[in-house]
Design a binder for this molecule. Structure first.
Ligand SMILES: *Cc1c(COP(=O)(O)O)cnc(C)c1O
Length: 393
């Protein structure tokens, strides 16, 4: 590996050269089962022929123009995202943190427009919203923030899955204008609210009562990951703002800030922008991704395979000391152990299995949405054996 790369990642000693579906091959020709999908990005698996074709066709026609001009692919993707979300308007950018930056700017401008000069946004403990200054300030993880002070102000932190805590801060903070929350916390450890739908419904109600914006960070939960297009669709509510990225372009960088109602009218000419955001290549990839998910029934598959994997692990771990709980929302799967398990990532790699560990003691799986039953069964068997070995060491 080059000495000229900044040391921002503790990289595993492997280089991949090609992929197909849930499988990857390294430079030595060894084959790996990919249960991480580039951290929830490669929902269609690797080298999906319809996606490859859509990207190649678009690249041959037009990769980039500028948002100074009308972009047909961008318009088509905005229409599609609004059709499947029931929301009204989209701003395109290139990543999750940028989508959240847009959401934070919308919240602040929304506040200023109604006379709140120092608007504040409620955020959660253990949350993750990105690595830019505003989004790391919103993130509930000191490791992400340390050394980058002064942080961006205007965030009020409360415990996750605690409606009472939100009601309490509402009493003492007249400048609150929005709540920013992940429907399921990904980096935080696959944290699913006890009553996931009830939590979002309660937050919606509080926002309505106070005239705040409900802003859902669906960067990881969105694009069919939890079995519906967006995680909020497991409930009857709709957010004012939703942010997307990860799975949206199947690996071609793209992010989106989607808004509805009054929040959709906050940005006016000159208030925000992006050079690359929504370019023809990225939005063609996004459009192909959504169409393929629809054509191939991948929302249903995510729900089915996710539950199959959870049940499989539960059966495997029935008598295993050290496994606290297995939880999932579709194909967001967490196996919580009673001890730090970062070493499992390298053990799994040596066993030709790609997994992730987050929040110190949670094995996190984010498999491609295209995973079959047979592949899921193989994943459960191979990984359960590895975890059992790890726990008896
Ligand atoms: C990954 C992630 C982000 C940041 O996305 P980037 O594309 O890395 O900037 C933000 N929010 C959530 C919930 C994420 O999982």
């Amino acid at each position: 590996m080059s000495d000229h790369l900044m040391n921002t990642y503790n990289r595993q000693p492997v280089t991949f050269t090609k992929g197909e579906g849930v499988w990857l091959w390294d430079i030595a020709g060894e084959k790996y089962l990919d249960a991480l999908a580039g951290v929830a990005v490669n929902g269609l698996g690797h080298a999906h022929p319809k996606l490859v074709n859509a990207i190649a066709k678009q690249a041959a026609k037009l990769i980039h123009v500028s948002n100074i001009y009308q972009i047909a692919e961008q318009s088509a993707l905005a229409d599609k995202l609004c059709e499947i979300s029931g929301m009204d308007k989209v701003f395109f950018c290139n990543s999750g943190c940028e989508a959240n930056e847009a959401a934070i700017k919308i919240a602040r401008l929304y506040g200023h427009n109604k006379g709140v000069e120092m608007p504040e946004i409620i955020v959660m403990e253990q949350s993750f919203h990105g690595r830019t200054l505003a989004t790391l300030s919103a993130t509930g993880n000191r490791k992400v923030q340390a050394g980058f002070e002064p942080l961006v102000s205007g965030f009020i932190r409360v415990p996750y899955d605690d409606v009472e805590a939100v009601k309490q801060v509402a009493l003492h903070h007249p400048n609150i204008v929005a709540i920013l929350v992940e429907p399921v916390q990904g980096e935080g450890g696959i944290n699913i609210p006890k009553d996931a739908g009830g939590y979002l419904e309660a937050l919606r109600q509080i926002c309505d009562t106070h005239g705040w914006l409900l802003m859902l960070d669906e960067v990881q939960t969105g694009i069919a990951r939890t079995g519906t297009w967006f995680s909020f669709q497991h409930t009857p509510i709709k957010p004012d703002v939703m942010t997307l990225a990860k799975g949206l372009g199947s690996g071609v960088p793209i992010g989106a800030c989607v808004a509805s109602g009054k929040a959709a009218e906050v940005f006016t000419y000159g208030k925000h922008g992006s050079t690359f955001g929504g370019n023809p290549l990225a939005t063609a990839a996004g459009l192909a991704t959504l169409n393929i998910i629809e054509e191939e029934g991948l929302r249903e598959n995510a729900e089915k395979i996710g539950n199959l994997i959870r049940e499989g692990f539960n059966a495997e771990f029935k008598t295993t000391q050290g496994v606290v709980v297995v939880r999932n929302a579709g194909l967001m799967i967490g196996i919580e152990l009673d001890r730090p398990c970062g070493d499992l990532v390298r053990m799994a790699l040596d066993a030709k299995l790609l997994i992730n560990v987050t929040a110190d003691n949670v094995v996190r799986l984010l498999p491609p949405l295209v995973m079959s039953e047979a592949e899921a069964t193989e994943l459960v068997q191979r990984l359960a054996a590895l975890i059992k070995t790890f726990l008896t060491k």
